[in-house]
Design a protein around this ligand. Structure first.
Ligand SMILES: C[S@@+](CC[C@H](N)C(=O)[O-])C[C@H]1O[C@@H](n2cnc3c(N)ncnc32)[C@H](O)[C@@H]1O
Length: 280
């Protein structure tokens, strides 16, 4: 089945997971995002420790969404279902939907996670910009490390506002350019998606752009947490995996190195962002 977008990193990951590699399964079999180390200077970057760090990052995002027992939740761009599984394990009487554009990832999510008693867990194939959910039907919308792939951040925010109940929350994580480096990052985003290992990634929204977007759409900005330094050990993990699974190719190496350098130099910041729909 062909996808409406190109995601070579997921093609590679799915093929390797299919072959069965325990360390890769431990690292990216559940969450496919960067890790969060509370003490990055002393970070353990083993596969086991990365799994804990990836879970910690998910948790930071759903905490920004103020999730509580009994809530109706949507995880947009849910990958292999790690964040939905984390919510399922932590909360009672919740209804969780994981939405993804790629059916193969949903098949894997459904095969590895079951709802806990009293919870409902479902998987929906669709585009994050056009969600098959009723108006004002959800308590929280979550999007961990995927908004840069979406067709339009504004369409995503507008859809989130539509489907959230008054007082409902939107929480996400994203790579935000420092305003001084925006022109360079704009140039980098001209890197053609057709050759890119990570597909189309638009890293062009600074913190002020997000503030303006939230205001334009009608959200109140809540959380703005810069966790760049806590995510940096992820790059050691990626280098080790690249060594273990053979040369990842020029695009993968160049794109990862660019992101690492930009993050270390302060040009790109990894942030957790949280918003609230007025009312409720
Ligand atoms: C870096 S992965 C993050 C996956 C997951 N959120 C996690 O943290 O494990 C990006 C995800 O966004 C999904 N995605 C990309 N474009 C999408 C779209 N337009 N609608 C829904 N999902 C999309 C991809 O299929 C992939 O699962």
């Amino acid at each position: 089945m062909s996808l409406p977008i190109r995601l070579p990193y997921f093609d590679a990951l799915l093929a390797l997971l299919e072959e069965g590699h325990p360390a890769l399964e431990q690292t990216f079999g559940r969450h496919v995002h960067w890790g969060y180390w509370p003490e990055p200077a002393a970070a353990d970057t083993s596969a086991d420790a990365f799994a804990v760090a990836a879970e910690a990052l998910s948790r930071l995002v759903w905490e920004a969404a103020g999730v509580a027992d009994g809530a109706t939740l949507l995880d947009c761009g849910c990958g292999f279902g790690g964040t939905a599984a984390s919510l399922n394990a932590r909360f009672a009487d919740v209804t969780i939907s994981g939405l993804n554009i790629d059916r193969r990832q949903l098949v894997r999510a459904a095969s590895q996670f079951q709802p806990r008693r009293g919870n409902a867990l479902g998987w929906v194939q669709g585009d994050a910009g056009r969600r098959p959910f009723r108006n004002a039907s959800l308590d929280a919308v979550i999007a961990v490390e995927c908004i840069f792939h979406f067709g339009s951040r504004e369409a995503f925010f507008r859809e989130a506002l539509r489907v959230l109940k008054p007082g409902g929350r939107l929480a996400l994580s994203d790579f935000l350019p420092h305003p001084a480096f925006k022109p360079i990052l704009r140039l980098a985003s001209l890197w053609p998606a057709r050759v890119g290992f990570y597909g189309r990634c638009r890293l062009d929204h600074s913190r002020d752009d997000y503030r303006r977007l939230a205001e334009r759409v009608g959200f109140e900005t809540g959380v703005e947490q810069d966790i760049t330094v806590n995510t940096l050990p992820t790059y050691s993990v990626l280098r080790r995996l690249a060594g273990e699974f053979g040369r990842p190719g020029f695009s993968a190496a160049a794109e990862t190195l660019f992101t690492e350098l930009a993050s270390r130099l302060g040009a790109l910041r990894y942030m957790v962002l949280g918003y609230q729909k007025p009312g409720g």
